[in-house]
Ligand binder design. Structure first.
Ligand code: 5GP
Length: 201
């Protein structure tokens, strides 16, 4: 009922691992005057230092993740780095946000985004990247949270993702964080007032 008068919107933000998009999204949530909400994904990877279960991700065992996948609880789910690590968007999380009129942000990889877009073509899509592969490699090495093999894998995936950025309506180069957050908030605010409703799942 209220969902008809106050429809939510779906926003998909992708970008190579190390592009800084998580930080951008956190700043956006804190600073942008729109009813934004982050869809907390599920993953089978272990938490990094400082990451909190239920806030950064729902950290699940492989067993539990598989169970939910087989029960159709994911809007999309993917083994992102081909090393047995699964990530997925929970339908329940997205529809709860949309039903409350929230602008639900999915921070997901390109393949996942393409799956969601088939279902929700009216989603606002934004690709965030650091400008060049060299810059990306520097950032990943500086972060120091992955092994050299994992970094190489992420760089290979990043290469493939960069090749698909044409599927996104907007592209933002994250060079200076304040500028990126401002640009994104301005961009999203321009969608305010449009009446295209998001379909629920
Ligand atoms: P990280 O392990 O660095 O947090 O995330 C690795 C990658 O997984 C990122 O590119 C991120 O966008 C992607 N990712 C995070 N959550 C999801 C999800 O729910 N679905 C998909 N397909 N990718 C996700």
């Amino acid at each position: 009922m209220s969902q008809m008068t106050n429809p939510g919107r779906l926003i998909i933000i992708s970008g190579p691992s190390g592009s800084g998009k998580s930080t951008v999204v956190q700043r956006l949530l804190a600073e942008c005057q729109l009813p934004l909400e982050l869809s907390v994904s599920a993953t089978t990877r272990s938490p990094r230092p400082g990451e909190v279960d239920g806030k950064d991700y729902h950290f699940l065992s492989h067993e539990s993740f598989t169970q939910k996948r087989e029960a159709g609880e994911f809007l999309e789910a993917k083994e992102v780095f081909g090393l047995g690590t699964w990530y997925g968007t929970l339908r329940s999380v997205v529809s709860a946000g949309l039903n409350q009129g929230k602008w639900v942000i999915l921070e997901i990889d390109v393949q996942g985004a393409l799956v969601v877009l088939r279902d929700q073509p009216q989603a606002i899509t934004i690709f965030v990247h650091p400008g060049s592969m060299e810059e990306l490699e520097n950032r990943l090495r500086k972060r120091g949270t992955e092994s050299p093999e994992a970094i190489q894998r992420r760089l290979d995936v990043a290469d493939q993702e960069m090749a698909l950025k044409g599927h996104y309506t907007h592209e933002i180069i994250n060079q200076e964080i304040n500028n990126t957050v401002h640009q994104l908030c301005t961009l999203l605010t321009q969608y305010h007032g449009e009446t295209i409703p998001c379909s629920k799942n």
